[in-house]
Design a protein around this ligand. Structure first.
Ligand SMILES: Nc1nc2c(ncn2[C@@H]2O[C@H](COP(=O)(O)OP(=O)(O)OP(=O)(O)O)[C@@H](O)[C@H]2O)c(=O)[nH]1
Ligand SMILES: [Mg+2]
Ligand SMILES: [Zn+2]
Length: 319
């Protein structure tokens, strides 16, 4: 850094030159698909089976698996020059609580749950809300179906979502080793597998890609969390078409801030009733003439879903 301060005019001239260089560079650049990101190194696919490890320019924001980027090559070096606009993005708070993207350009979210670690309906509901808000399709994948007989609560949970009209798939590695149950859902879309650590997200990808070596967890500890837990999101192409993004497991899933109405819209059985409450700004908590509370009174909205909705709204409103 120069010690002399630049005049405003000089600074503007430099910025304009940089911008010219940048648009020229982008025009000459090569487009690629981000396969995985490790700190400032990004693995980019520029053609089928051609993968380049590129560094990230300081000003280019957070490319993640599924992103399209513009790459510049200079001798042996490759640099990511620009991040192309995203169709969709999944965010998650980092250890400092700051929302960070983990995967981009997802068409369809596969919310993976299992009897062990035990499925949590509120976590599923958060993903359903996030998917609805982002305009992604969503399927609940109940993995480790072999353990369902000992987990009646999880079997009921799967039934409940099916009854609500969600797409639900039950699978396990013994009776469905190729994860054939997922194939009609995948099509040629980009899907991301999300859910608690140890539910079998990476194992599902391994079942679909038997020739790849994917590190999966070892269920040796009491928490049911694997030793080979996934630490970075990674994209896998399937030979039949379609691509899957594996993501690191979560303990809980925090949505970024969403307005109360967006949360309600993510609850399928609430959605048709919205706008029919007596008060336009109804909080669906206690109001007379609330369509949601009335539906609950008639047994059309379960106590568990109403509680889950309230829990999500409360977590959004917490400071
Ligand atoms: N019983 C049973 N166990 C399974 C099944 N599928 C996977 N597992 C086991 O579940 C454990 C965790 O699997 P992973 O695929 O690593 O789980 P993950 O969701 O990728 O975990 P993170 O990467 O930590 O998020 C492994 O020990 C698998 O062998 C299944 O269908 N039935
Ligand atoms: Mg994993
Ligand atoms: Zn209401």
């Amino acid at each position: 850094m120069s010690k002399r301060r630049l005049s405003e005019q000089q600074r503007r001239r430099i910025e304009a030159a940089e911008e010219r260089h940048r648009s020229g560079a982008i025009a000459n650049g090569e487009e690629g698909l981000v396969i995985a990101r490790f700190g400032r190194r990004v693995l980019v696919e520029t053609a089928p089976d051609v993968r380049i490890s590129a560094t990230l320019r300081q000003r280019v924001q957070d490319p993640v698996a599924g992103d399209r980027v513009v790459l510049l090559r200079d001798g042996g070096q490759a640099v990511i020059e620009a991040l192309l606009p995203r169709r969709t993005v999944i965010n998650r708070p980092n250890s400092q609580g700051k929302l960070r993207p983990i995967a981009a350009n997802i068409d369809h979210l596969l919310v993976v749950v299992a009897p062990l670690p035990e499925a949590q309906a509120n976590l599923v509901d958060r993903y359903l809300v996030a998917a609805h808000d982002a305009g992604m399709e969503v399927t609940l994948v109940v993995n480790k179906g072999d353990l369902l007989p000992e987990a009646p609560a999880v079997a009921r949970l799967a039934d409940d979502y099916l009854e609500l009209g969600h797409s639900v798939v039950i699978t396990d590695q013994q009776s469905d080793p190729d994860a054939a149950a997922l194939i009609p859902i995948i099509g040629d879309q980009t899907l991301a597998l999300v859910g608690q650590s140890g539910v079998g997200k990476s194992s599902l990808i391994q079942r679909l890609l038997p020739d790849r070596e994917i590190r999966i967890g070892d269920l040796s500890d009491a928490a049911g969390v694997g030793k080979h837990t996934t630490t970075a999101a990674a994209l896998y192409h399937l030979p039949r078409g379609g691509q899957l993004i594996d993501s690191p497991g979560v303990r809980e899933f925090h949505l970024g801030h969403l307005p109360r109405a967006a949360v309600a819209e993510g609850f399928v059985e609430f959605a048709p009733l919205l706008g029919t409450c007596h008060f336009r700004d109804c909080s669906h908590e206690h109001e007379q003439g609330c369509a949601i509370l009335d539906a609950h009174g008639r047994g059309e909205i379960s106590a568990a879903r109403l509680a889950s909705y309230r829990q999500i709204v409360a977590s959004m409103e917490a400071p």
